[in-house]
Ligand binder design. Structure first.
Ligand code: ZN
Length: 315
């Protein structure tokens, strides 16, 4: 599989760069590492359609852990690779416990510091690859700082990064100060001031999720998010392509509007590819049959023709 790992950011590699002895399958077009959507709710979308639309790997950012485990146990070759965070960790009565799309089990109400350790342990045992916490004071109670800190330290002790849904005034600062590693969404409710953003860019990664703020329409929320992401990118912050699939009318598969919005925020085509790939992932590669058009105005449309390549042909 190592031979499937073309360099991202350095441009296409010629056939002469294939290592001697590598198993070779000749295909026209452009081969890419597996493309990832880093924010998906697998209980709310048809993952087979997501893979058929060119996504090789999804990060599930909040589902019922048992449902994800059942999905993975099926070992269905038509499914993308799935890495999950388990359930949302939230305050009793906090977001998203009152939302119709959040079934019992998709969130875990954390009642105390001691309960924080238990809640993280439960997600870890369910196979979670990260822990998701909620900071959304406008939608109900939020986790006290000491409980949030315990979640973060317990997760880190288990080798799990923590990603936050941070929505509303000062929640990005709260996440940063608690030691949270990433945000599930580019902040969209307020402009993140430069001094905080400089610190945040040193340590946090952000999942883009720009298109949910308009689904193709220009909105104030989209402009705020793009402005924050542009400055975060400029400061060297790590950006992951993610769409929040399951939240509203998003295309299943690669989302050209999300790609275009990333470009609007200042990412070059190679930066977008970096945001969509994880070279340490075993996800199968993707293939653009007609060749990837890296001209900025054509890039998003061209990338959407990518398809996941079966890495293990038997014939
Ligand atoms: Zn989400």
């Amino acid at each position: 599989m190592r031979a499937w790992r073309p360099a991202v950011g350095g441009g296409p590699l010629p056939p002469s760069s294939v290592p001697p002895g590598a198993r070779v399958r000749q295909v026209g077009g452009t081969l890419l590492p597996g493309l990832r959507d880093a924010h998906v709710h697998s209980g709310l979308v048809d993952l087979r359609a997501v893979r058929a639309g060119g996504i090789s790997q999804v990060d599930d950012l909040g589902s019922v852990p048992a449902s994800v485990a059942e999905l993975l146990a099926a070992d269905d070759p038509e499914l993308p690779q799935v890495r999950a965070v388990g359930a949302f960790l939230t305050a009793p009565g906090g977001y998203p416990s009152d939302r119709s799309w959040a079934p019992p089990g998709s969130f875990r109400e954390v009642r105390s510091v001691v309960d924080a350790q238990a809640a993280v342990g439960e997600q870890h045992r369910s196979g979670a690859r990260a822990i998701k916490v909620v900071l959304h004071p406008g939608a109900g109670p939020t986790l006290p700082a000491r409980v949030l800190a315990e979640i973060v330290s317990t997760a880190h002790g288990m080798g799990l990064p923590v990603v936050a849904h941070a929505e509303g005034d000062n929640t990005v600062r709260g996440a940063y100060e608690a030691g949270v590693d990433g945000l599930a969404h580019t902040p969209w409710t307020e402009r993140i001031e430069d001094r905080l953003l400089t610190d945040v860019a040193q340590r946090m990664s952000w999942i883009s999720t720009l298109d949910i703020h308009g689904y193709g329409s220009d909105t104030a929320e989209l402009r705020t998010a793009v402005d924050n992401l542009r400055r975060f990118c400029h400061l060297g912050g790590t950006i992951r392509y993610g769409t929040d699939l399951g939240n509203g009318p998003l295309p299943l598969g690669i989302n050209a509007r999300e790609v275009a919005a990333l470009q609007t925020a200042g990412l070059a085509p190679d930066d977008v590819l970096t945001a969509m790939t994880d070279l340490d992932s075993p996800a199968p590669p993707c293939w653009v049959p007609g060749g990837l058009d890296r001209r900025p105005s054509r890039f998003a449309g061209s990338l959407c023709t990518a398809r996941v390549l079966d890495p293990s042909p038997t014939s």
